[in-house]
Design a protein around this ligand. Structure first.
Ligand SMILES: [Zn+2]
Length: 201
């Protein structure tokens, strides 16, 4: 490729570090930015610059927010006795979008995966412990997904709670047949889980 003018090359190199963007698409982005009105490129630049200053980690739930505690943890209307444990911030956002959960959250920061160096110390277990010590929480809902890693993490946390906070109720999201699906099209594992977590009618 023809050598780019240096200021453009610097920008292309930076953009190319973003997920999903290679050098070619980075160049396309940089050229598109050149066509933006100056006020808008300045606003984008300022937005990126201010991000670190203006975003906080909520000390209560561990999510990214404009304030600490975040608006969810500070909301006086939400139930204070139920705590939903999620893997990451994206999961919290997805649950919040549904508007059906009105309790508290805690972001675990990952799942146990010893081969990927995800050991218990890598998870926010101390944040969980200090959250449970204040005694408000009566039930923990594990919303960690349905993978092997999620399963072993759920088992680990269930044991931790049984050991350190006996009497606390631990539940998990139901696993089974998705809405609108037919039994004959289900995979064996989903069917096995649905049978295992069957509900009384
Ligand atoms: Zn929070």
């Amino acid at each position: 490729m023809h050598k780019l003018p240096e200021p453009l090359q610097v920008l292309v190199d930076q953009i190319a570090r973003l997920p999903g963007l290679g050098p070619k698409s980075a160049l396309r982005c940089a050229l598109a930015l050149l066509k933006w009105p100056e006020a808008e490129t300045r606003r984008l630049g300022k937005g990126i610059h201010d991000l670190r200053d203006d975003l906080h980690l909520c000390a209560v739930c561990g999510s990214l927010a404009a304030s600490d505690p975040c608006s969810i943890c500070a909301d006086p209307v939400r139930a204070r006795d139920i705590l939903c444990l999620v893997t990451d911030w994206d999961s919290l956002l997805t649950l919040e979008e549904g508007n059906f959960y009105t309790g508290q959250y805690l972001i675990l920061g990952g799942l146990l995966a010893p081969l990927d160096n995800m050991h218990p110390e890598a998870l926010e277990l101390d944040r969980l412990r200090s959250r449970l010590r204040n005694g408000e929480i009566r039930e923990i809902v594990l919303a960690l997904g349905a993978t092997v890693e999620a399963d072993s993490t759920a088992t680990y946390i269930r044991n931790l709670i049984a050991r350190e906070f006996p009497g606390l109720k631990v539940s998990r999201l139901a696993q089974g047949i998705p809405l609108g699906a037919e039994v004959r099209f289900m995979d064996r594992e989903t069917l096995r889980q649905s049978l295992k977590y069957r509900q009384e009618l």
